[in-house]
Design a protein around this ligand. Structure first.
Ligand code: NAD
Length: 492
């Protein structure tokens, strides 16, 4: 009989609450979700779900708060938001543990990547709060003076998936706040605890009631927020099928929406690449057990180095320490659920059984002391056909598909040959080729020779094609939540 991993920190109970700006609720009219720890497969907390009553109250509270929040001096908004970013950074340890128990991300990855990411993006958005200027447009000099004003769009609903909620606070929650909007955040019921915690930090720092409200809930709560006439814009991060439904509902209401959806990012490795670096990029597929939207899940490798590259990558993946996300030496934790584990391994089996792919590493669920959790071995598939399922569809698990190419045009065609366009990676020492290929890739971000995606918080981030539309990051990310008004003044 296996003991299973510990994966539980009893000194830090997991708390999820509904935050309505003036009050915190431990129960909601949407029912209860029993949260499973993905590392143990055991229930660990009850999550109250927001229903219609809490959604209506949150919208009303946010609409009231908006009247004052939009009138705050921008520099005061900047100071408050900057302090919240500092509090996120200060609470790195608690947040990392909570994240590990919430969605299985190892504490090491949360501390090295996710918490700094959330805090840095939050801080960057804060810095824009007092740098948003309108213009004077000379349309009819002497007759009129025409001003453009940048005004906050109103109450924004931010709907997040479960894979990186701390990052979502920086990328999705902070920009509308910096623009002067009020935010109703709906975290996924699979990952609500970190959002409750950060909302408490906001309250402690003096965020006025109703500027941020938090409604843990399932799909019904998300759909109700999208439909609510008091919500003026939707910012959605999640899967393509949900994104389509939300876009359709927003279209019917003429409501603007920002969509951050899935990816199937290519990592093109040319024969002159620094192979060690290219392998390191490819091995980053184990981050968050492959459950991050920008990961390089397709290694598109020149035929002259394919065997060497795949052997090196298989060796690197075999070395990855998979285990208890609370263990500081763990590099990769579980995937989010039993259903996700079945789906991922089903795709791997289909690839090897029916499409001629070779299994070069991994391919199984972990057994022994990890059997009760949803742990999958880091997996490499070779000789993958570019039009097969595992090369076309998001696996959202620790799986890389290796594909051979013989010339640059073919590499670009294969890279662009999926419906997605979130990130692209390429490795070459030839500067002209790097620039040529970067410009040919249909992708919101291109990372060259080991750079990461997203780039820093000041750079625009988002997708093309079925990876979504709209941008997060820097000035453009804040501008998503501003509307331009022209005021024309007669001079006589
Ligand atoms: P999902 O789309 O099922 O759910 C995401 C959120 O939407 C949840 O909060 C859910 O409750 C809510 N929701 C579900 N149905 C809804 C509806 N009809 N109306 C409104 N809200 C609804 O999430 P998933 O597919 O498990 O998430 C993983 C996906 O997210 C992957 O495709 C991944 O690539 C993508 N992702 C994208 C980014 C990015 O920035 N581009 C970042 C992280 C994850």
């Amino acid at each position: 009989m296996t003991q299973g991993v510990n994966a539980t920190d009893n000194s830090r109970p997991l708390v999820s609450e509904i935050y309505l700006g003036t009050r915190w609720l431990g129960t909601g009219s949407g029912g209860v979700h029993q949260h499973i720890n993905p590392a143990t497969g055991r229930p660990q907390a009850d999550v109250p779900l927001a229903g219609r009553a809490e959604i209506d109250e949150a919208v009303a509270v946010a609409q009231t708060a908006f009247r004052k929040w939009r009138q705050w001096r921008p520099e005061d908004r900047r100071r408050l938001l900057t302090r919240i970013a500092a509090r996120i950074r200060e609470h790195e340890d608690e947040l990392a543990v909570m994240q590990a128990m919430e969605n299985g991300l190892p504490v090491s990855a949360a501390k090295a990547v996710l918490v700094p990411h959330g805090a840095n993006w939050f801080e960057n958005a804060a810095g824009w709060a007092d740098k948003l200027e309108g213009t004077v447009v000379p349309t009819a000099p002497g007759e009129t003076m025409d001003l453009t004003l940048m005004e906050p769009i109103g109450v924004v609903a931010v709907i997040l998936t479960w894979n990186a909620p701390i990052g979502g606070w920086g990328m999705c929650v902070a920009p509308p706040l910096a623009a002067g909007c009020c935010v109703i955040l709906k975290p996924s019921e699979l990952a609500p605890f970190t959002s409750t915690f950060i909302a408490r930090l906001c309250e402690e720092e003096g965020m006025p009631p109703g500027v941020i409200t938090v409604l843990p809930g399932g799909p019904e709560a998300g759909a109700a927020l999208v439909e609510h006439p008091g919500v003026r814009k939707i910012s959605f991060t999640g899967g393509g099928p949900t994104g389509r439904r939300i876009a359709a509902a927003c279209g019917a209401q003429l409501k603007p929406v920002l969509l951050e959806l899935g990816g199937k990012s290519a990592n093109i490795v040319f024969p002159d690449a620094d192979l060690a670096k290219a392998v390191e990029t490819a091995a980053s597929v184990v981050f968050s057990a492959g459950q991050a939207c920008t990961l390089p899940t397709r290694a598109i490798v020149h035929e002259s180095i394919y065997d060497e590259f795949t052997a090196m990558l298989a060796g690197a993946l075999a070395q990855v320490q998979v285990g208890d996300p609370l263990d500081p030496t763990t590099a990769m934790g579980p995937v989010i659920s039993a259903a996700a584990s079945d789906r991922i391994l089903g795709m791997v089996n289909h690839a090897t059984r029916d499409t001629g792919a070779e299994l070069l590493a991994g391919g199984n669920r972990k057994g022994d002391e990890l059997a009760a959790g949803y742990f999958i071995e880091p997996t490499l598939l070779g000789n993958v056909a570019p039009d097969s399922e595992v090369a076309q569809d998001e696996v959202f698990g620790p799986v890389t598909a290796a594909i051979r190419f013989s010339d640059e045009d073919e590499a670009v065609a294969v890279a662009n040959g999926t419906p997605y366009g979130l990130a692209g990676y390429l490795h070459t020492r030839d500067l002209a080729r790097a620039l040529r290929v970067a410009s040919a890739l249909e992708s919101g971000t291109v990372a060259v020779n080991g750079a990461g995606a997203p780039a820093g918080p000041g750079a625009p981030f988002g997708g093309v094609k079925e990876s979504g539309y709209g941008r997060e990051g820097g000035r453009l990310g804040v501008a998503e939540f501003l509307q331009h008004k022209t005021v024309s003044i007669a001079l006589s």
